[in-house]
Ligand binder design. Structure first.
Ligand SMILES: Nc1nc2c(c(=O)[nH]1)N[C@H]1C(S)=C(S)[C@@H](COP(=O)(O)O)O[C@H]1N2
Ligand SMILES: [Mo]
Length: 203
């Protein structure tokens, strides 16, 4: 699908400082944006694997993942189609804890996040470390719904929301950046909303 620059743009009239450039506050609703059919994945069939350039390729089942320290994100999310949503609360585990077990090799600099549906998205390794990325199974105090990526999704809220892969299944560590689904279709490799990195070629 070709990317039409500016097609979704609305004007920002919300409180200054909170909204990244070109975003608007979507209010109480939470839009669903999915490029593929919504899968039905039972928690018993879900797992998360960290592999690629790591010393210890590791897979956690649903139960094993739930035995890791619980972690919460409270804050805003920003979709490249220009909606932002304030004060979301997500619960799950920190990607830092997964990486601590798998132990990235020194040459690992990028992550390709894989969904069990085949959706992928690429991220610099430093964007999923330092308490900035989670695997979450709860939103707003309830189990994450299927449409929003349940039973579990990636959450990288400081980047545009397409980086937060729903139905997350695998984090593959790489030496070179390898584009994911939307990045191959014209979206930015990093996607920082504060720098308005929407499309390939944006600063
Ligand atoms: N597997 C998968 N993950 C995905 C997507 C998708 O199509 N498939 N869409 C991305 C995009 S573009 C956005 S904006 C958010 C939307 O998440 P939501 O539907 O929970 O709002 O999920 C991201 N993660
Ligand atoms: Mo999006």
């Amino acid at each position: 699908m070709p990317v039409t620059r500016g097609f979704f743009r609305k004007r920002d009239e919300s409180p200054a400082g909170r909204l990244p450039p070109g975003q608007y506050d979507t209010g109480s609703g939470w839009p669903v944006l999915t490029a593929e059919a919504t899968p039905r994945i039972e928690p018993a069939d879900w797992s998360i694997t960290v592999d690629g350039l790591v010393e210890e390729p590791t897979t956690w089942s649903w139960d094993e993942a739930h035995r890791l320290p619980s972690a919460t994100y409270s804050g805003d999310i920003h979709c490249v189609t220009t909606w932002s949503k304030f004060d979301m609360v997500f619960r799950g585990i920190s990607v830092d804890d997964l990486l601590a077990a798998a132990r990235p090799r020194p040459e690992a600099r990028y992550v390709l996040a894989h969904s069990s549906t085949g959706y992928t998205t690429n991220l610099p390794l430093e964007d999923v470390t330092g308490g900035r990325a989670w695997v979450v199974w709860e939103a707003e105090g309830k189990p994450l719904s299927r449409e929003h990526g349940g039973p579990a999704r990636l959450l990288v809220p400081h980047l545009y929301f397409w980086k937060s892969a729903k139905w997350i299944s695998r984090l593959e560590l790489l030496a070179e950046d390898q584009q994911g689904f939307w990045e191959r279709n014209g979206y930015h490799d990093r996607g920082d909303p504060w720098r308005e990195q929407r499309y390939q070629g944006d600063a």
